[in-house]
Design a protein around this ligand. Structure first.
Ligand code: 1GP
Length: 249
């Protein structure tokens, strides 16, 4: 799939499509061939997008991981980088995120400046995405590594105000992130408050491990539900269960 910049938003959020399940693959947790196997099974189960990235990646096989997944699936393979080193020519596009909930310039604009020339050179389609970290119980890797405070989980209008700022700044999507393996997913009332105040597609992830949790996020207005840890722990079978529950909404 060759996605042009202008159409990445449409490819990821097809008009009038039901809420989609996106798989998050973390190259730090599995070797490339295992990631490719999980991606293949997840695509068969109904996952619509393969995100690849992580807030902390210690091994150096990022490019190989993206290549291995891209060779096996027909869905878009989209980078979801934790920093400017997580780039690959083999991806179809990139969530060009800015950690807008934080006040750390490194993740607001610093990493983006490092990455931009490489993204342009590789010709990657980019979706400018506001990344909002939401308080979710215990400290997550995203919170620790980014050295930012998440938005308090019982302040939905604070999240909505960040999303409104993202929209006014010209961003094309909002990602509400509880953090990988979060104790508590993003609260429904917060998703609802964000969705009601902007017209951008909203992605929700972190700590979603059951069809019920995915349904709650989708009912609140999320267009994409991201699942990673539950598949690492329980296998790709959970994908099909969640996808079926989303279709029934
Ligand atoms: C993390 O939102 C994603 O960036 C997915 O989180 O690993 O908890 O599913 P989980």
């Amino acid at each position: 799939m060759n996605i042009k910049h202008t159409s990445l938003q449409t490819s990821l959020f097809p008009p009038s499509a039901p809420p989609a399940l996106w798989l998050l693959l973390d190259p730090d947790t599995q070797p490339p061939e295992e990631l490719a196997r999980i991606a293949t099974e997840s695509e068969a189960g109904g996952a619509k997008v393969m995100l690849i990235g992580g807030s902390f990646i210690a091994n150096d096989g990022f490019d190989q991981a993206v290549k291995a997944v891209k060779l096996k699936v027909g869905t878009p393979v989209v980078l979801f980088p934790g920093n400017a080193r997580q780039l690959s020519r083999y991806a179809d596009g990139i969530l060009f995120t800015s950690l807008l909930s934080g006040r750390n310039p490194q993740f607001l604009i610093g990493e983006q400046v490092q990455a931009a020339p490489i993204i342009k050179r590789l010709g990657l389609a980019a979706l400018p995405t506001a990344y909002l970290l939401i308080e979710s119980g215990a400290v997550t890797s995203a919170e620790f590594i980014s050295n930012t405070k998440p938005i308090p989980r019982h302040k939905p209008m604070l999240a909505a105000a960040h999303a409104m700022a993202a929209e006014l700044l010209g961003m094309q999507a909002v990602y509400l992130e509880a953090g990988s393996g979060a104790e508590l997913p993003v609260p429904e009332e917060m998703i609802r408050a964000v969705v009601q105040n902007i017209s951008l597609p909203v992605i929700v992830g972190g700590g979603i491990a059951t069809p019920e949790a995915a349904q709650k996020a989708a009912s609140a207005g999320a267009r994409a539900i991201v699942v990673g840890t539950a598949v690492e722990r329980n296998g790709a079978g959970i994908i099909e269960e969640i996808v079926e529950s989303l279709i029934r909404l």
